[in-house]
Each structure stands twice: as structure tokens, then as C-alpha cells.
Ligand binder design. Structure first.
Ligand code: PBG
Length: 326
């Protein structure tokens, strides 16, 4: 025998011991399930670039939500898909009374009062330019956008949103949204800010789901450069000062260092968005038999938790719930 006083393998010897020493956990309660709603009825159409993820009309969405909540999922984030003819430069449809998205939110809240309902605030699903902000002469105009985002946020709060998720990356949006929510009496509605949202190639399948790809240019004048970490500290500081309740990092996998940086630096809960492209990679590789999908899914989500995320938005939420329910 060699003299090896510390043998780390002892702590890996049995499944029970491995569980005793497990540092990080992953459960359904950590997950927020992003879902897509579309106009019409009886619709459940799979998004080609996101296997097993569907656009639902409100009626089928409610059926799906029964299953989702029965599986123990307690939080969802809803996104709308609007037809081209409902889109305009000012994203007017986003705060129109009775519009698909707001109607879906209020119906869901009524039928599933205990479900935590997160919303998305940005112009892209409703914008004929396919940008998150208001466009004039090819430029994204920050402060005009804020006014629109404020109206959108109040309309969503009114419809029953629990958590407002500004995903637009305009300057000052969290502060503006907080102040209009408070002015309207929605002091209990939380803000989960997309704090460090990077200009990423991993959003492609999501833009398919919403038909929301930018009609010109890219999002680099508002979303962050993948090269920057210190800049995330600036965004985080501002969001906190402006009243954010959670700071989110997006995407998750190529930005685990940013999740850790924010978690080490700030006291608020950090969330991460395991985005559509990250989902699609695992799904397609696993459908081809190239990787074990279920293990890869759990490994990836655990890595995001290990990096410091409390909450994870992930298209895998339902699958995790199915696995964990045996
Ligand atoms: C847009 C928005 C995007 C996502 C969530 N909100 C895409 C974008 O910025 O173009 C992406 C989510 C995903 O890829 O899963 N406001």
C-alpha cells in the first residue's frame, strides 16, 4: 500500500455517500418553463428547430398547463407569436386591451392562480422591424422605447403577471418600469431583469418560434459583446439601483463565468436563461444518438446551478419534471 492519507475516492464509494457529499442540487422548483402562445384554437405546432417544444393556442395551452402543473412545475414564462399584420413600428399591439398575450396571461392567472407567471418585456414580438427597441433611420432609439416598455409592463401586471422580465437591454428600463408599476399600484410585481444579455448566436430557434428575427442589422448596439465580463458588473449595478429583484444572465452555458461573477458580487438571486440554441444542440445530438440526452440535460442544468444560478429558465423544465417524477 502507498501512503496516501487523503483518498477523495472514499467519498465516491457508494451512491448514498455520494449523495451525502453532493454540493449542488437541481429540482423542478428551480426551473421556469418558457412557453409560446399563438392566435387561433386547437393549435399545437412543434417548432422545427426546437424538438418537443410547441406553439399553443390558448385552449391547448391551458390543457398543457394542467399537465405541466401536475408535474410540479410552478413557474412559466410566456412568449407570444404574432402574425405580421399585427406588427408595427411602435409595437402598439403589445399593450392593446384584449390582445392575445394579455388575454392569455389573465386567463392563465384565473385558471392557475398558484402558478408563477413571468412575462417578457421587449418590442420584438410586436415590432415590424424585429428589434427590441423603437427604430428610426436604422437606429434603435432608447428613450422612446422606454415609454413603450412601460406601457407594456403595466398592461402585463394588470393581466396578472407575477414577474416582469425586461429582455430588451435599453438603458434605464428597469428604473422606468419599476416607477410606472409602482405608480399604478403594482408594488408587489417583481422584476427579473435580463441584466447581462449577450448578442448571441444561440437565440436562432427562439426567433423561429416567434418569427421575430431582426429585419435589418443585428442587436449589437443593445445586447452585450460576448467578449465582456466587467461590463456585466456595470449592468448589474444599474439594475439593482433601479429596482431589479433578480439579475439574469443569458445565454447560460457560454456565460457560466458571468453567472458566478454576479453571484459572487451581489446579494440578490441570480437567474440564468438556458436558451433555445443550447436546448436545440442537446436535443438534436440526442435524437441522432450521438449523446445521451437525459444525462446531458441534467449535467448542463446542474452546471448552471453550480455556477450560482438560483433559478433557470429552460425548455427542459417539463422533461426534468418527468425524469424526477420517475
Ligand atoms: C427578445 C428575446 C429573445 C429571447 C428571449 N427574449 C431573443 C432575442 O433577443 O433576439 C431568446 C430566448 C431563447 O433563445 O431561448 N427580447
Amino acid at each position: 500500500m502507498f501512503q496516501i492519507p487523503r483518498r477523495p475516492r472514499r467519498n465516491r464509494r457508494t451512491a448514498a455517500i455520494r449523495e451525502l457529499v453532493q454540493e449542488t442540487t437541481l429540482s423542478v422548483s428551480h426551473l421556469i418553463f418558457p412557453m409560446f402562445v399563438v392566435e387561433g384554437s386547437g393549435i399545437k405546432s412543434e417548432i422545427k428547430s426546437m424538438p418537443d417544444i410547441y406553439r399553443f393556442s390558448l385552449d391547448t395551452l391551458l390543457e398543457e398547463l394542467k399537465e405541466v402543473t401536475d408535474l410540479g412545475i410552478q413557474s412559466i414564462c410566456l412568449f407570444p407569436n404574432y402574425p405580421e399584420d399585427k406588427k408595427d413600428k411602435l409595437a402598439t399591439e403589445s399593450y392593446q386591451q384584449g390582445t392575445l398575450y394579455l388575454q392569455a396571461l389573465s386567463t392563465i392567472k384565473e385558471k392557475f392562480p398558484n402558478l408563477t407567471l413571468m412575462t417578457d418585456v421587449a418590442m420584438d414580438p410586436y415590432s415590424s422591424d424585429g428589434h427590441d427597441g423603437y427604430v428610426e433611420n436604422g437606429q434603435i432609439i432608447n428613450d422612446i422605447t422606454l415609454e413603450i416598455l412601460g406601457k407594456m409592463a403595466v398592461a402585463q401586471a394588470k393581466a396578472g403577471a407575477d414577474i416582469i422580465g425586461p429582455s430588451d437591454m435599453m438603458d434605464g428600463r428597469v428604473g422606468h418600469i419599476r416607477s410606472v408599476l409602482d405608480a399604478e399600484g403594482y408594488t408587489d410585481v417583481s422584476i427579473m431583469s435580463y441584466t447581462a444579455k449577450y448578442a448571441s448566436a444561440f437565440y436562432g430557434p427562439f426567433r423561429d418560434a416567434l418569427d421575430s428575427a431582426p429585419r435589418f442589422g443585428d442587436k449589437k448596439t443593445y445586447q452585450m459583446s460576448p467578449a465582456n465580463a466587467r461590463e456585466a458588473l456595470v449592468e448589474a449595478q444599474l439594475d439593482l439601483e433601479e429596482g431589479a429583484d433578480f439579475l439574469m444572465v443569458k445565454p447560460a452555458l457560454s456565460y457560466l463565468d458571468i453567472i458566478k461573477l454576479l453571484n459572487d458580487t451581489f446579494d440578490v438571486p441570480i437567474a440564468a436563461y438556458n436558451v433555445s440554441g443550447e436546448y436545440a444542440m442537446i436535443k438534436t445530438a440526442s435524437q441522432n444518438g450521438w449523446i445521451e440526452g437525459e444525462r446531458a440535460m441534467l449535467e448542463v442544468l446542474m452546471s448552471i446551478r453550480r455556477a450560482g444560478a438560483k433559478a433557470i429558465l429552460t425548455y427542459f423544465a417539463k422533461e426534468v419534471a418527468q425524469v424526477q417524477n420517475g
